[in-house]
Design a protein around this ligand. Structure first.
Ligand code: ADP
Length: 744
């Protein structure tokens, strides 16, 4: 096969790809449909030329005529498209002659497929070249029909261009530029040049459609052309670009060959050509990699850098007000918008700041019953998870163009939101959710460049909103804890000092959570970004997925820690402690077996039911059991005992003083006794402190601290008796509330 035949087929394939993408993404939209049809016709046109240039093809006359039929359909579908683009609703009906022409022309030309002699007088082979002689009158008819339809199409587009603004204007510009280049050169090589008698360069025509493909794909990705939401990966874009360029490149070389052929001979020119391709390939590849990065994916904004800078802010700035201010500032700088607003409005908080046109930040008023807040408060993030096509982000542009409703909004809500956004001069609204609840909004003004927000921008904003949610939550927690510490400082009783310990656990936990959460969110954010860009069969995809899921797991752990610090309320459930211990032990029986640990269970039969938080209590048991297991690496015996104490106030049986009225009536006791390595004397006072651990690298030092907090919140006590080398016994004492006994 000749090189030019091959590159014609490649061009046909590229057009076919574009057509399929547009068609599959566009749904029932008449704009995308007519456009896809036009591009499909271009593919047919290129394919026809490929078949025609095939050597010794007996049906070359058919294929030659076929290219003209395809051309007629290009003109018709392009006209159809141009008539309704970019908004079918405001398009006037075409006047009758144009309508007749747009239907009649391709029909007539197709009819000629059965009698190609209508257009072509003769087709002769002269050495390597084929010489075609047209019948002048039919050719004139064709040329006029084609040019009229194309011309009317462009006229339509240009009129629309003048009336339009913003994103639409940008879209029309790309459509006109792309199709314009293809149309001008295509008709030059396929209509005008043959008209003047030279048909030897007709194979060049279809390649100019590559410009169209380029412009249109660019506009689809960056300006959501024809409302197509398409996120192509870097690699795809870059390989498509590379293929297109190679086609154009080869085309040029073939052309050069034609001129040098006489002087240097066919072989020499072939060698020069291949050499040029070989030499050009590497630099070309690099050039394209860089160009794709720059044109399609980075532009002015470097998402990696922005995320990096933001997560630094998130971990450094703990004061809510300063946090909001720096986020607003950073978004203003990065997205180059004319302003940026950050609002936090929850039941307990009300804070909003915004930048002005110079980027200076100040508080701005924002109200609880603002339509945007009400809109987002009414939907939960789950809503979006179920419908992945729906974005959380509201775009002003999309609210204006409701030819294709983007969110399932009723008309009232739509106009309401639109005017709210216009009042604030914002282009988009990004909700910040923490734990399924709306906690704030990121509102960005229009880009100073006049560009729209690209799909990549929106994805980035979603990630930022998620990170900001965590940071805001942390900042708020930090504030609450500070307040709690202040309150504690004022009082002096024994009880409160105990609680202060708890609060310090809380504070420390929050600090740690804070430090860990931010890098975690970055890890998750970047991993998600990378996964998005990665093809399915990429060798690193699996690893990245593991990173993602492990990071999510860690995030859950941290979240639990934060929950703990927040002094979560206690669920009040009637719990049979014996049963709960058995259930917990069931989780660990297998592990005990393989670790050579014998479990002894001694349950008091008359144990009263308690009102406790079952889950939290279970967590305490697990912590103690795990510690006992850790202390017996070579095996041993673990005895779990429950006891009911029924004494009346004055008893000192348990070694508890009279200043502890909680235990004055009824209580139960749970013992975990192991035969492990025991605890050093000097460690005993510290083991309940947060982050105290002797298990270097393996322990967090939080198990006992957390357990202590839980038992304390239940009004109980946890104590330890141990000697180094002689095992350890942990004793939990919990008060029995009277009503529970009655219940029992
Ligand atoms: P971690 O288990 O992560 O170290 P914990 O707060 O649960 O954190 O325990 C703190 C420390 O208390 C442990 O590192 C260990 O030195 C000591 N410890 C706890 N339980 C036992 C036990 N049953 N036997 C011996 N030492 C224990």
């Amino acid at each position: 096969m000749e090189t030019k035949t091959i590159i014609l087929f490649v061009t046909a394939a590229l057009n076919l790809t574009l057509s399929l993408i547009v068609y599959s993404r566009g749904g029932k939209n008449p704009i995308t449909r007519s456009y896809a049809a036009a591009v499909l016709s271009v593919a047919a046109w290129a394919f026809g030329h490929g078949m025609f240039t095939l050597e010794n093809n007996p049906s070359s006359l058919f294929w030659f005529y076929f290219t003209y039929v395809a051309g007629a359909f290009i003109a018709t579908f392009f006209f159809q498209f141009a008539r309704i683009f970019p908004n079918p609703i405001v398009s006037p009906l075409p006047f009758l002659p144009a309508k007749v022409l747009s239907i009649g022309f391709p029909v007539l030309v197709s009819a000629g497929l059965f009698l190609p002699n209508i257009l072509i007088q003769s087709l002769t082979q002269l050495g390597h070249q084929r010489q075609v002689v047209f019948i002048k009158s039919s050719y004139l008819f064709y040329t006029i029909g084609f040019s009229l339809l194309m011309g009317l199409g462009f006229l339509h587009l240009l009129t629309r261009y003048r009336e339009s603004s913003g994103r639409q204007r940008m879209q029309i510009r790309y459509v006109v530029a792309g199709t314009g280049i293809a149309a001008v050169f295509g008709s030059y090589f396929n209509l005008w040049l043959p008209w003047m008698g030279d048909t030897s360069l007709m194979w060049l025509g279809p390649h100019f459609s590559l410009f169209m493909i380029g412009f249109i794909s660019y506009a689809i990705i960056k300006h959501r052309l024809m409302d197509i939401r398409l996120i192509l990966s870097r690699t795809i874009v870059y390989s498509l670009l590379l293929v297109s360029t190679l086609v154009l490149y080869t085309m040029l070389i073939l052309l050069a060959q034609r001129f040098f052929q006489d002087k240097t001979g066919y072989m020499t020119s072939l060698v020069i050509g291949s050499l040029l391709i070989a030499l050009g390939f590497e630099p070309l590849k690099k050039l394209f990699q860089r160009a794709t990065e720059k044109i399609f994916f980075r532009g002015e904004l470097d998402p990696q850098r922005l995320l990096g800078e933001l997560s630094e802010t998130f971990s450094m700035v703990k004061d809510l007000d300063s946090l909001l201010k720096s986020i607003a500032q950073q978004l203003y700088d990065a997205f180059r918008t004319d302003h940026a607003i950050l609002a936090v409005l929850t039941e307990s908080e009300e804070l909003s700041v915004g930048t002005d046109r110079e980027g200076a930040v100040q508080p701005i008023p924002f109200y609880r019953n603002h339509p945007l807040i009400q809109y987002y408060a009414s939907i939960s993030p789950m809503h979006y998870l179920k419908m992945p096509t729906k974005r959380e982000i509201l775009l002003q542009e999309e609210l204006i163009e409701t030819a294709q409703p983007t969110a399932s909004l009723d008309e009232g809500t739509r106009t309401n939101l639109l005017s709210a956004m216009k009042d604030l001069h914002i282009a988009n609204a990004v909700p910040i959710f923490t734990k399924d609840q709306l906690s704030g909004l990121i509102l960005l003004g229009h880009k100073r460049s006049g560009d729209s927000f690209f799909l990549a921008d929106l994805k980035l904003l979603e990630i930022i909103a998620r990170q900001a949610g965590v940071a805001i939550e942390n900042a708020r927690l930090y504030k609450t804890l500070q307040q709690q510490m202040e309150e504690l400082k004022g009082s002096q009783t024994q009880q409160l000092i105990q609680s202060a310990k708890l609060a310090s656990i809380g504070e420390l936990a929050t600090n740690v959570a804070h430090e860990i959460n931010n890098p975690l969110t970055s890890i998750l954010g970047f991993t998600t970004l990378m996964l998005d860009d990665m093809e399915d069969h990429h060798p690193h995809k699996k690893d990245l997925k593991i990173i993602q899921s492990e990071a999510m797991r860690s995030r859950d752990i941290v979240r639990n820690l934060l929950d703990f610090a927040r002094k979560r309320g206690i669920k009040k459930e009637l719990i049979d402690i014996n049963q709960l211990i058995q259930k917990t032990l069931n989780l660990l029986r297998h592990q005990a077996e393989i670790s050579n640990i014998v479990l002894k269970e001694e349950y008091a039969p008359d144990l009263p039911t308690l009102i406790v938080d079952g889950d939290q209590m279970k967590q305490v048991f697990i912590n103690l059991l795990k510690n006992a297991f850790d202390a017996m690496p070579k095996g041993g015996t673990l005895t779990v005992t429950t006891l009911a104490h029924n004494f009346d106030g004055s008893s000192t049986q348990t070694g508890l003083g009279e200043d502890e009225p909680l235990f004055s009536r009824k209580m139960i006791e749970i013992r975990f006794q192991d035969t492990g390595e025991g605890i050093d004397k000097e460690h005993i006072p510290k083991i309940f402190d947060p982050f105290f651990t002797t298990k270097e690298g393996m322990g967090t030092g939080l198990g006992l601290a957390v357990s202590y907090g839980i038992i304390e919140r239940h009004g109980g006590r946890i104590e330890v008796f141990s000697e180094a080398g002689a095992g350890a016994t942990f004793v939990i004492k919990l008060p029995v509330k009277e009503e529970a006994v009655l219940h029992h």
